[in-house]
Design a protein around this ligand. Structure first.
Ligand code: GLC
Length: 466
């Protein structure tokens, strides 16, 4: 930052940086991408998606300056989490005060990565810039970020990407296309920021001189970025053409990147995360939000993102926590339908993941340590949904997740057409008897359920006998 920029407001600095970037970067769009990555062959996509398909369980982190108001504005519990700026129509200069007092001194990237690892999660996706426009990384094209515009001065993304890598976890960043702070991106109705109808005549300039350069910073500054998770694509200024261009732009920076379908308009703004035909559109995976598609989404990759309480971003009075049972059964349900679960935590303004989340994640991890084999690298149930729980599958194996232990200790192996070669409980490897009856195969379970949440019966189908 040059001396002449000191004393400017953050907004003026953003404009100055943008103008400087126009000069420095030039018209990036003038160079068409050499390769159209949207035309990858199925084999190329399979290779790129391999780790992601095996992972099944990841951590979403919504961390930003909205953790400072934490749902309270002018003494009122207005709620809104990370949407507080829009929902309470907070003027930009006033919202900037939150970023100036945002000092998450208890932020411990290694502790967060350990929490994810301990839960059995295989990847972490964190907000690098949410709709409020405030960057959580060191951005030279912006200046409106935690390194330059908060007393913390530390690069949150860098620290977490390195910590995730140390734990053997994959890492990705969320990036909002919609930006309530940048003058070239904001709707004209600000401080009524969110709009799917009002366009900004300078939006193209924001894309070329701010958004793309920021994404370039993210992808090139940190060696461990594996996923780009876009959002805020429902605004009037975004369309499939821009989505295709952006997809190709980020993949040209790093060809192995996995990119969600909110890079474009594929889901039509729907919470189902796909279009009405179950198609994802552009991008690599569909993004159902707070819901699990009733029958999965055959033929496409998808990931349900979900909160542990109500909000994505920290809200001090949000006490509506889901139980460990509900969370684990959701994970199993998703795996049985062939998807991933991206479970969210919203750290507070001090930089801590709420203990309510940590304890739930720990409990999930205890179950995963015993039963992870029935989740990781599995595919959707080959036999639909049995009345007593869920099935997942792997070459040569079917995993029966028994939710409610039956009093009669027998379960019909609904849908199964070939007799398993062997069957045993995953928790203790004790054998389980399978009999063939007129009504199909029946398993006789041990007296005590190994888990009150879900007990896994392994059905060894023998190689090639599925
Ligand atoms: C929504 C919200 C946003 C949240 C996201 C997670 O699109 O706008 O706050 O980050 O969902 O999927």
């Amino acid at each position: 930052m040059t001396a002449s920029r000191r004393g400017m407001s953050i907004r003026e600095r953003v404009v100055a940086c943008t103008l400087a970037a126009i000069v420095a970067v030039g018209p990036v769009a003038a160079q068409p991408p050499v390769r159209d990555f949207t035309q990858d062959s199925p084999a190329q996509k399979d290779a790129r998606m391999a780790w992601w398909r095996q992972a099944r369980f990841g951590m979403f982190v919504h961390f930003g300056a909205y953790a400072v108001p934490a749902g309270t504005y002018h003494g009122q519990r207005v709620g809104g989490g990370e949407w507080i700026m829009n929902n309470s129509h907070i003027p930009i200069t006033e919202y900037e005060q939150f970023t100036r007092s945002f000092n998450p001194v208890r932020y411990d990237a290694d502790a967060w990565a350990r929490t994810a690892k301990d839960a059995g999660m295989k990847y972490i996706i964190i907000t690098s810039k949410h709709h409020d426009g405030f960057g959580m990384f060191n951005s030279k094209v912006s200046g409106y970020d935690i390194v330059h515009a908060s007393p913390f001065h530390r690069d949150v993304i860098k620290a977490l990407s390195e910590a995730a890598h140390r734990q053997g976890l994959k890492f990705g960043v969320y990036y909002s296309i919609m930006d309530w702070h940048h003058p070239d991106a904001q709707g004209a109705a600000a401080p009524n920021y969110n709009s799917s109808t009002v366009s900004n005549p300078n939006f193209g300039r924001y894309v070329e001189t701010y958004m793309k350069p920021q994404l370039k910073e993210l992808v090139s500054q940190y060696p461990y970025i594996d996923v780009l998770w876009f959002d805020g694509e429902w605004i009037a200024d975004w369309n499939n053409e821009r989505g295709r261009d952006l997809y190709n732009y980020v993949r040209s920076l790093k060809p192995g990147l996995i990119v969600n379908n909110r890079v474009s308009n594929g889901r039509n703004g729907s919470m189902s995360g796909v279009d009405t035909q179950g198609r994802i559109g552009l991008g690599d995976f569909g993004t159902p939000e707070q819901e699990v598609p009733a029958k999965g989404l055959p033929g496409v990759d998808w990931e349900t993102c979900m909160t542990v309480n109500e909000n994505w971003g920290f809200q001090s009075f949000d006490d509506d926590w889901k139980s460990p049972r509900q969370l684990l059964r959701t994970l199993i349900d998703i795996a049985a339908k062939g998807g991933n679960l991206l479970l969210n935590v919203g750290p507070n303004g001090a930089g801590e993941i709420p203990v309510e989340s940590v304890s739930r994640l720990h409990e999930m991890g205890e179950w995963m340590r015993v039963n992870g084999e029935s989740i990781y690298a599995t595919t959707a149930s080959p036999y639909g949904e049995p009345p007593w729980g869920r099935y997942t599958a792997k070459p040569g194996y079917v995993y029966a997740h028994v939710f409610d232990w039956p009093k009669e200790l027998a379960i019909p192996l609904t849908g199964m057409t070939a007799k398993p070669r062997a069957a045993y409980m995953l928790a203790d490897h004790l054998p389980v008897r399978i009999e063939e009856t007129d009504a199909g195969f029946v398993a006789t379970l041990p007296k005590r359920a190994p888990s009150s949440i879900a007990s896994v019966l392994v059905l060894d189908m023998g190689r090639g006998r599925r």
